[in-house]
Design a protein around this ligand. Structure first.
Ligand code: 2P0
Length: 332
């Protein structure tokens, strides 16, 4: 059977950065938990069919214009994930995979989150597995840590877990998309693929002298963020979001050699967000493993935030998004 899945990207308010020490790389266990928002405007659609007569997996990755992406490392990551599904389902056949993002890949817009969430759902169903959301989230995590969160819409928590087999390291919904009408305004400052991927970036950051402090204080941020979401306390959400983002980047800056994903326009956009907030607009920023700035604000302020960020010289374009819903899968 052929299945098609669609999953949205997500941005962390409290970041995941770093792997659990000593854990198997294949389990991909995070060192810290995280809290994210699912992003409606960014999605991946993936079709998978395990079929007779294929001598190898046939993987076609398409960019937002429908052009095939020539990225061997990305294809190998997809095949490794298909191997996990095959092992779980006792499936011996190869698969045909077609996956398309509607946004730039590998540019700090969490393309691996939506991609591995969609691949997990489509591949699992095509192989005859009937996983609940929690099990699908754990499987998606092995493809990419942030993908575990993209199974769910709304406000999502990823728990880092303590079990050696990762059975408690999965994501769960904290609140429905309708709980709080926030928007994300994404300021694209450079859509090209980054030189250092997140996986390598976070492994390198573990050498930073600040990494221990990052892990030690992390649970406080997760707890405070969950309260801020529950009580819809925007000022608190803003403070924790910026704090978690800057702490994460501090572990990158203080690696040897330091990893700097930001460009001058990233910093311009950060200051522009802070200036808006100082003048009374409820808005905060976050930046992931790339140079794009994501501004988070109540929906009624999204147009003015988008206009302000779009007017900055180094901002190529802005994308406005509501909060996204659950990933979906259906027979194709
Ligand atoms: C996050 N990022 O919480 C953080 C913030 C980027 C910066 O999760 O190695 O691609 O595949 O598990 O999920 C990006 O890391 O890393 C990420 P892997 P992933 O969204």
């Amino acid at each position: 059977m052929k299945f098609n899945a669609r999953a949205h990207s997500n941005f962390a308010l409290v970041k995941y950065w770093g792997k659990r020490p000593g854990a198997s790389p294949d389990l991909n266990l995070p060192a810290v938990g995280s809290v994210s928002l699912t992003v409606a405007a960014l999605a991946t659609e993936t079709t998978v069919e395990f079929a007779d007569g294929l001598i190898r997996d046939e993987v076609e990755l398409l960019d937002e214009t429908g052009t095939p992406v020539d990225n061997l490392a990305a294809i190998e990551r997809v095949v490794a994930h298909l191997d996990r599904v095959r092992a779980m389902a006792s499936e011996t056949r190869n698969a045909r995979v077609r996956s398309q993002n509607d946004f730039p890949m590998g540019a700090g817009l969490a393309s691996s989150a939506s991609a591995f969430a969609a691949l997990t759902l489509a591949a699992a169903r095509s192989a005859g597995l009937n996983l609940d959301r929690s099990a699908a989230s754990r499987l998606a995590r092995r493809g990419s840590g942030s993908a575990a969160r993209s199974l769910f819409g709304g406000f999502v928590e990823m728990q880092c877990g303590v079990q050696p087999d990762g059975s408690d390291a999965s994501a769960m919904r904290l609140a429905d998309p309708k709980h709080w009408d926030l928007n994300v305004v994404i300021a694209i400052t450079d859509a090209s693929a980054k030189a250092v991927g997140s996986t390598q970036g976070m492994i390198d950051s573990e050498q930073s002298a600040f990494f221990g402090a990052w892990v030690e204080k992390h649970d406080d941020d997760v707890k405070a963020m969950k309260q801020a979401i529950q009580t819809k306390d925007f000022d608190r959400l803003a403070d924790i979001t910026e704090h978690s983002c800057l702490k994460m980047h501090a572990t990158m800056f203080t690696n040897k050699p330091g990893l700097i994903y930001w460009n001058p326009a990233t910093l311009e956009a950060i200051h522009a967000v802070r200036a808006l907030r100082a003048k009374g607009t409820p808005v905060c920023f976050t930046v992931d493993a790339g140079p794009q700035v994501k501004a988070i604000c109540p929906a009624e302020h999204a147009d003015s935030v988008a206009n302000a960020l779009g007017a900055l010289p180094g901002v190529e374009r802005v994308i406005k998004s509501t909060i996204g819903y659950d990933a979906l899968v259906a027979a194709a």
